[in-house]
Design a protein. Structure first.
Length: 276
């Protein structure tokens, strides 16, 4: 395994059922937070952290994500002909020229662990970043992905972004059992009850994973919800003293829920000086 980390995986195959009917034909990852879709916010975070290869794990009806990050020469030409040069430059430079996009298909909805596993052939024997676009993180001086990558380079271990949640909310998250003396993760459980939860420290949708996660996922049996849970694979790594957590330093909005999505729009609009 190399210590260089320039690959990010974006699992984007989910149905987005909590946003129906709009997500019947439109990927939830393209829901806009002001003038940019959720997935672009996550991609910009990754690119700012030094990522050069973006792997999107897609499903049916997700072609629009590929189109969003592709060039649209007809649109660019039309904008230039109308002297809308700033807009033309914007749509032609959504990604830096040194960044490549790779799209792989998750044929069946078998859980987040399975989605990550679909990227195995492309990732190979390299550490990689995982970003869930519906975990919207505010931009400040701390880039969460960059913090995770820095922590990985220091120890070579998988890294989780984590935050404290109210005990009544633990059943919505993968919950960490942390070491009392360090940032080590001792174990992890997916969506526990309040009684089962080892703490109120929840993992959110940013991870750095070492490539041995693939061998674990390949052997993993379905867990919570009868799905292949990424949490269960990370738990196995953690029991081998191979996982750490990094406290989340950004504000986070759960844009997988309508209220969280509206809160993200409201917060971002106010930060940018709009009346909302």
């Amino acid at each position: 395994m190399t210590n260089k980390l320039n690959i990010a995986v974006f699992p984007v195959a989910g149905y987005g059922t909590r946003f129906l009917p709009i997500t019947k034909a439109m990927p939830k990852e393209l829901l806009p937070v002001l003038d940019k879709p959720l997935i672009q916010h996550a991609v910009e975070e990754a690119v700012a952290a030094g990522i050069e290869t973006l792997i999107f794990v897609t499903g049916r009806n997700k072609r629009a994500i590929e189109d969003h990050f592709d060039r649209n020469l007809e649109l660019e030409a039309s904008l230039i002909s109308k002297n809308k040069l700033e807009a033309a430059e914007m749509v032609s430079n959504i990604l830096p020229s040194n960044v490549e996009c790779i799209f792989v298909r998750q044929p069946e909805q078998l859980g987040l662990g399975n989605a990550v596993l679909c990227a195995e052939r492309v990732v190979g024997d390299n550490p990689f970043l995982v970003l869930l676009a519906d975990d919207f993180l505010t931009k400040n001086k701390y880039n969460t992905s960059e913090c995770l990558i820095s922590a990985f380079k220091a120890t070579g271990k998988s890294q989780l972004s984590a935050m404290e949640v109210d005990k009544s909310e633990v059943s919505k998250y993968g919950v960490i059992s942390p070491s009392l003396n360090s940032n080590a993760v001792l174990s992890m459980v997916e969506k526990p009850t309040i009684k089962e939860a080892p703490s109120n420290l929840a993992s959110i949708g940013r991870y750095v994973l070492t490539p041995d996660i693939f061998s674990i996922l390949n052997k993993l049996k379905p867990g919570f919800g009868n799905e292949i849970q990424l949490t269960d694979a990370i738990d196995e790594q953690a029991r081998n003293n191979a996982v750490e957590f990094v406290p989340l330093a950004s504000k986070r909005f759960d844009c997988g829920s309508l209220q969280g999505y509206l809160n993200a729009i409201s917060y971002t609009a106010k930060e940018m000086g709009y009346n909302f």
